[in-house]
Design a protein around this ligand. Sequence first.
Ligand SMILES: NC(=O)c1ccc[n+]([C@@H]2O[C@H](COP(=O)([O-])OP(=O)(O)OC[C@H]3O[C@@H](n4cnc5c(N)ncnc54)[C@H](OP(=O)(O)O)[C@@H]3O)[C@@H](O)[C@H]2O)c1
Length: 268
Amino acid sequence: MNKIAIVGCGNMGLIYAHAFLRYKIVTPENLLLIEKNQERRQNLSLVNIGQVVTTDDKSISECSIIILAVKPQDFKELSVELRKVISSNSLLLSIMAGIEISFIQSELKHELVVRAMPNLPVEVNMGMTAFAASEKLNHDQIMLVENLLCTTGRTLFLKDEKQLNAVTALSGSGPAYFFYFMKYLIDAGVKMGLDEHVSSILAKQTMLGSFHLINNGQKNLDEYISSVTSKGGTTEAALKIFNEQHMGEVIIQALKSAERRSEELSLK
Ligand SMILES: NC(=O)c1ccc[n+]([C@@H]2O[C@H](COP(=O)([O-])OP(=O)(O)OC[C@H]3O[C@@H](n4cnc5c(N)ncnc54)[C@H](OP(=O)(O)O)[C@@H]3O)[C@@H](O)[C@H]2O)c1
C-alpha cells in the first residue's frame, strides 16, 4: 500500500485525508499528517485518521505521494525543511493555487511534480479537479494521481500546464458564479412576494434539474433554451433583458479577468 503524506491539514488537506481513507486508498498507519498550526495539530492527534508528524520526520522519505496543501505564501518557508527529507522517487502533488510546476521543482530540487486545481465541491465529493504534470512522470504515475484525485469528484488531465489559468477562472472560481446567480434568483423571488425558503427551494431544485437535463438529455444548450422559451412568453421576456444588458459578454469578460488574475498571481 502507498504511504501518503499531506502537508498542510487545513480545509483542503483534511478533505483529501478523509477521501483517501473513505476509499481505502491508504490506512491511518500509512497516512502522514503534517500541520504547523498548533491547535489543528492537537485536534488531529485526537482523531485517528493518520500519524501526526513534523516536516523533519524521516518517514516522509518513505512516502510515494506527498500532497502540498499549504497556502501559496507559505510554500517558500515550507520548502526549506521539506527538501531535506523527500526522496527522489516521491510524487509531489500540489494543490496550491498559482504556484507553477517549475517553481516547485526548483525550490524542492525535485523532478516529479503534479499541479492540480480542485474546486470547493470536493467537500461533498462533487469536485472538478484539473491537473498537469511535469514531463518526468510516466503513465503509471499519472494514473496514480488520477486515482487519488478522483476520490473527491471528477478529474481532467491537461497536457499544457498554462491552461490551468483558464481552469482556475472557470471551474476553480466557478462555484462562486453559480452561488452569485442563485443568490439573485432567490432575492428576485423574495421581491416578487415569495417567502425566502420557498424561493430558495425553487432556485436550488431548478438548478439541480437543469444540470441533470443538460448532463443526461439529448439536446444542446441552445435547444434547451428554445424548449423553455415560447414566442411572446415569460422566458422570452426575461431573456430579452439579459440580452439587452449583454449578459453573455459580461460573463466572458468576467472569466477573462479571472484568467488574467491567475496569470499575474503565477508570476509573483
Ligand atoms: N479552498 C479552496 O476551495 C481551494 C481550491 C483550490 C486550491 N486551493 C489551495 O489549497 C491550498 C490550501 O487551502 P486551504 O483553504 O485548505 O488552506 P488552510 O485551511 O489555511 O490550510 C493550510 C494549512 O497549512 C498550514 N501550514 C502552513 N505552513 C505550513 C508548514 N510549513 N507545514 C505544515 N503546515 C503548514 C496552515 O497553518 P496556519 O493556519 O498556522 O498557517 C493551515 O493549517 C491553498 O494553496 C489553496 O490555494 C484551495
